[in-house]
Design a protein around this ligand. Structure first.
Ligand code: HEM
Length: 52
């Protein structure tokens, strides 16, 4: 899924991005291939939210 050109980062947009960075943000230099497992994405997002 493609994200808009101005992104408000929240759990939902981050989830979309880390699912498939290259298709979520056209032209991103982020070379991470993406995490297909929704359980693992949820763990990553919970970890990042815990850093606030
Ligand atoms: C699940 C792990 C990861 C998460 C959650 C994550 C998250 C993000 C996010 C949210 C951004 C956008 C930041 C912004 O511009 O506002 C970003 C950019 C970036 N990430 Fe990651 N990232 C991850 C893994 C990686 C890995 C493994 C690499 C390197 C191989 C990487 C390299 C980059 C680079 C180079 C950018 C800048 C992209 C650009 O400006 O075009 N990331 N990352």
């Amino acid at each position: 899924m493609r994200l808009p050109s101005v992104i408000t980062w929240n759990a939902k947009t981050l989830d979309t991005f880390i699912t498939a960075p290259q298709s979520a943000v056209k032209g991103t230099k982020m070379s991470f291939f993406g995490e297909k497992d929704p359980t693992k994405r949820a763990v990553i997002i919970a970890y990042l939210q815990g850093l606030k």
